[in-house]
Design a protein around this ligand. Structure first.
Ligand SMILES: C[S@@+](CC[C@H](N)C(=O)[O-])C[C@H]1O[C@@H](n2cnc3c(N)ncnc32)[C@H](O)[C@@H]1O
Length: 204
């Protein structure tokens, strides 16, 4: 899938999120962005939600927190336990780098968000498999300067949604995002076709 199509899909997913946010929150929205890097998603959402004040909390690895913590409008935390309660959780392409993805979901749920938005996550109709990512992305995105190989979860969708259900969250929406070419060799060990999908969950 080309870059333009991926961007179009991201815009459509973000539009859906913004509709939910404008329908549910009048002025102030508290967000936890797990793996929010340099605050890029704050900029994307701020541009679409002019009438809202966004309290943007980011949980990131220590090197990223250190690099960006001076930024106005953003609050950085090195762990979810340190983060404040929020209205919504947003996470793009980051959950699968957790050491223990179920523990991360449990910690995110403990912040009591009404909605959780997971954008571009390797969750699909295949076995749950933990692999080690060793290509350049591990050292740029995944490790972000940490120069280390990263753990990478491919998550079975039933397992993922059942865990969310146990935490009190119902799947409201799912959309296919893309199938990364470097996932292709994993089709056999995963016992299925690895895709990246996006999800919206609502607290029951
Ligand atoms: C593929 S990048 C995605 C970044 C950003 N959300 C985006 O879409 O451009 C994955 C991000 O997850 C972060 N990350 C990895 N492990 C993490 C952890 N245990 N806690 C929080 N963030 C983590 C990385 O530092 C990196 O910024």
């Amino acid at each position: 899938m080309d870059k333009k199509t991926k961007e179009k899909k991201t815009r459509a997913f973000h539009k859906k999120i913004c509709n939910i946010l404008t329908n549910n929150y009048e002025e102030h929205i508290r967000v936890l962005d797990f793996g929010g890097r340099d605050g890029c998603h704050y900029e994307e959402f701020k541009g679409r939600l002019n009438n809202h004040h966004l309290e943007w909390n980011i949980v990131e690895i220590p090197s990223i927190c250190k690099k960006h913590k001076h930024k106005k409008h953003l609050s950085y935390y090195e762990s979810i336990e340190e983060a404040p309660q929020v209205d919504v959780v947003y996470s793009k392409s980051s959950l699968h780098y957790s050491l223990d993805y179920k523990k991360t979901l449990t910690q995110l749920a403990s912040l009591k968000p009404h909605f959780m938005f997971f954008h571009v996550v390797p969750v699909g109709d295949h076995d749950t498999v933990l692999v080690q990512q060793t290509n350049k992305w591990a050292k740029t995105y995944g490790g972000y300067g940490a120069q280390q190989n990263m753990q990478f979860w491919f998550m079975n969708e039933t397992e993922f949604t059942s865990h969310m259900q146990e935490l009190g969250y119902e799947k409201k929406f799912k959309t296919f995002h893309y199938n990364h070419p470097c996932f292709k060799p994993l089709e056999h060990p995963l016992n299925g076709k690895p895709d990246s999908n996006s999800f919206i969950f609502k607290r029951l």
